[in-house]
Ligand binder design. Structure first.
Ligand code: ZN
Length: 258
């Protein structure tokens, strides 16, 4: 894992305008063979409770991505310089994962415009988690209010089911249940999804249940977009093996084809 460090730039790669590259074996004086390594940036705003997420949610997700072989996983946050996404990092990111809740308004519009451009024009993948449904980049990419039907803190568990088993994000994922203390109820005010990969049933304290959609995919311009409803900050779901698998699958799916 790399924290706020863009990997070393070879002069050759810079001269080629290739962004950040890692060099493989060099044999000649100028004959450098440069090979790009895909990069995922995991961004969050530092508001998750430390007793649940000691390294915040970006740290937990990055830890879960350690099995993503051959990728650079970069942790970034709103309190880092340039809100964690300086141009050189944003421009080399193949996929950006976003978790925000209380600090949406602090994200600079200029940064949001750059993210939208990277997704729509360059094909950067975007993965939006839980309360990021109201994050500025989420709303800008969807172009809709992105509201849920209801927000209630009366659930105890959520059973996540796979509703599109052939989708790459569902690969190897079976039905599973997680601790759950906050539910968003259907409908989600977004454009029609290309796939609803996951659905779920929340069990409520009063014995009732609330079924709702949990995972959606779209193409936005050239980029792929995945929204996952699960991920309330008091529930340690980003340490769950099933969710880790979903994050890995989602990064692979969202990456632009090169
Ligand atoms: Zn929440």
């Amino acid at each position: 894992m790399i924290r706020n460090v863009v990997c070393g730039l070879s002069l050759m790669a810079v001269a080629m305008g290739a962004g950040c590259q890692s060099n493989s074996a060099t044999t000649g004086d100028v004959a450098q063979k440069v090979q790009s390594k895909p990069c995922v940036v995991v961004w969050s705003e530092g508001t998750a409770p430390k007793e649940v997420y000691p390294n915040d949610i970006n740290g937990a997700i990055a830890e879960g991505l350690k099995d993503l072989k051959g990728w650079d996983v970069v942790v970034a946050g709103i309190d880092d310089p340039e809100q964690g996404l300086p141009d050189d990092l944003l421009n080399r990111a193949d996929v950006l994962i976003w978790w925000g809740h209380k600090r949406h308004d602090q994200v600079k519009d200029e940064l949001v415009a750059k993210i939208v451009k990277r997704v729509k024009e360059d094909g950067m993948g975007f993965i939006s988690l839980h309360s990021s449904h109201f994050a500025k980049p989420n709303k800008a990419l969807m172009g809709t209010p992105c509201t849920w039907g209801a927000y209630l803190g009366d659930s105890t568990t959520l059973k996540v089911t796979v509703s599109d088993p052939k989708h790459p994000i569902a690969k190897g994922v079976k039905e599973f249940t997680v601790e759950h203390n906050e539910r968003y109820s259907d409908p989600y005010a977004v454009p029609a999804a290309e796939s609803v990969v996951f659905e779920g049933v929340a069990s409520l304290k009063d014995g009732g249940v609330d079924p709702s959609k949990q995972g959606f995919t779209w193409h936005v311009g050239k980029g792929k977009f995945f929204y996952f409803q699960v991920g309330h900050e008091t529930n340690p779901i980003f340490f769950d093996a099933n969710v880790k698998k979903i994050m890995i699958n989602a990064v692979k799916w969202a990456a632009p084809e090169k």
